[in-house]
Design a binder for this molecule. Structure first.
Ligand code: FAD
Length: 470
């Protein structure tokens, strides 16, 4: 280990109250592992700050020593961005304080919490904020990229309920951001990812969401059925949000053996409203075909987040896009490509948007895809990293065949697709504005292990005002 690394480690040990983990520690391997397999980077050090002052110290040490810095909340980065080969991982997992204002229906949540941890706590009061479909995802990554989940049509993206945040910028300053303070940064962190600093805590609006009608409905997959499902999901009341996955049926105990290995439409639905109205809203989906399994029932919202296997680390090839229609022809294309995949599990995931997402103006936040009707993700999960080229070729051909209209990418599902991928996530004016704000707050691109927005070269310097700020 070089002298510089030793120096960085001893500086971190002296500066922060939290844990500093190095390759000599027995906890190192667990600490460096993220959700996805296939990323095996060995950071020089993993720092676990306990508060914003610690975060500021880590940021300053990384900046002054010119050491690569990765930021981790829940570790679910699709692109493997929350680790670094030889650098510092700033791991927020020790920062899990939660302060719920039940009366005011808001919560301050530290950025090391997972979605499931926040929702378990707010469920005690019958309150929730919309995160994604998986409890172990960190609130850091999902919020900064937008956040599309089970309440998306009723309450919008996660960022639509973000009221404020505290973040440490590249200069080490701890800044408060909200609709009135540091508005340019508040705009940028609502979709712009980890480009602008390390968020230490978020303040969300909560909604009364307790008993819901929801769960899994599994239908046979045919072009007609997939197209009809999507049409029903678009026509449904906004209380209903659906995630539809066209995939090969896994050998799950709740599926009849004759379905195993066949293409199915596995859907997760939530009707966040009156249960009887929910039954009426879900009836047309149940009527599309005799369900292979129907597990939709009244439940508490938190039950949509069952426990997960900690040791599950799939390797994935995936592409993200936005579509405006899934007709029978498009659905047939999905089935055709899925049949060709040699992945352990291959899937096309369709999330119908609209509703509250579409009512927010496209330029109100850094999530620019408000007018698109659905977000689609195609993926192959496989066992061995050395199979990557086969699955990358499959996923790439599939994505090209499906593409419609203007290229678009949901940043939270984006892999390593270079600048073209990042520009698809932040089209046109969104990119330009993000690049100006980046130049103002992170001119040397300290925060570059992310879907990176390079600082605009002609931007104003720190201290000057950004004309684009609202
Ligand atoms: P991390 O790997 O910890 O962070 C990802 C990146 O975000 C980091 O590299 C960093 O750049 C940035 N970052 C994280 N925290 C901070 C912080 N506090 N300050 C600054 N930067 C930070 N997305 C959805 O919208 N809806 C879903 O339903 C959904 N389901 C998913 C299910 C699974 C199984 C997985 C793996 C992903 C899913 N995603 C979903 C995508 C998910 O939102 C992104 O992968 C997200 O980035 C993960 O956040 P994280 O904090 O766990 O990841």
């Amino acid at each position: 280990m070089g002298d510089q690394r030793v120096d960085v480690i001893s500086q971190l040990r002296a500066a922060i109250k939290g844990q500093v983990i190095t390759p000599d520690d027995t906890t190192y391997d667990k600490a460096r592992t993220g959700f996805y397999g296939g990323f095996d980077a060995r950071p020089a050090v993993i720092a676990r700050p306990v508060d914003a002052a610690d975060v500021s110290a880590v940021v300053s040490i990384a900046r002054d020593s010119d050491t690569e810095l990765a930021v981790r909340s829940g570790g679910h980065s699709v692109a493997g961005h929350s680790t670094s080969e030889g650098g510092i991982v700033l791991d927020l997992s020790a920062m899990k304080a939660l302060d719920i204002d039940v009366q005011g229906q808001t919560v301050w949540a530290e950025a090391g919490l997972t979605a499931g941890e926040v929702l378990s706590a707010t469920a005690a009061y019958g309150l929730a904020v919309g995160f994604g479909d998986t409890g172990s995802v960190g609130i850091g990554g999902i919020t900064l990229g937008g956040g599309i989940g089970f309440l998306v049509r009723k309450y919008g993206l996660t960022i639509d309920d973000l009221l404020a945040a505290e973040l440490v910028t590249a200069d080490g300053q701890i800044r408060q951001v909200d609709a009135d303070t540091n508005q340019d940064l508040f705009w940028a962190i609502r979709g712009g990812g980890g480009n602008f600093g390390v968020v230490t805590r978020f303040r969300y609006r909560l909604h009364p969401v307790d008993m819901i009608l929801g769960g899994m409905l599994i239908l046979p997959a045919s072009p007609e059925l997939i197209a009809s499902f999507v049409a029903e999901a678009e026509a449904a009341p906004e209380e209903l949000s659906a995630i539809a996955m066209v995939m090969t049926a896994p050998p799950m105990p709740f599926l009849p053996p004759e379905a195993h290995g066949k293409l199915i439409l596995m859907t997760l639905m939530v009707y966040a409203g009156d249960i009887e109205a929910g039954e009426r809203a879900i009836a047309p989906f149940r009527a599309l075909a005799t369900p292979i399994a129907d597990m939709i029932r009244p439940m508490r919202y938190i039950e949509m987040y069952p426990p997960e296997a900690e040791e599950y680390h799939p390797v994935a090839a995936s592409r993200t896009m936005f579509l405006d229609s899934v007709d029978e022809q498009t659905a047939a294309l999905m089935l055709e490509h899925l049949r060709k995949s040699s992945g352990q599990m291959s899937v096309t995931q369709i999330r119908v948007l609209g509703g509250a997402v579409a009512r927010v103006p496209a330029d109100a936040t850094a999530f620019a895809h408000r007018n698109r009707r659905m977000m689609v993700n195609v993926a192959a999960l496989y066992g061995q990293p050395d199979e990557a080229s086969v699955h990358e070729a499959w996923v790439s051909a599939f994505a090209s065949a499906l593409a419609q209209g203007e290229a678009g990418a949901y940043v939270n599902f984006l892999g390593n697709e270079g600048e073209a991928g990042v520009r698809a996530a932040y089209p046109g004016a969104t990119w330009d504005r993000l690049a100006r704000i980046k130049a103002q707050y992170d001119p040397t691109n300290l925060f570059r292990l992310n879907q990176n927005i390079s600082p605009a070269v002609d931007a104003v310097r720190p201290g000057e005002s950004d004309g684009a700020a609202t």
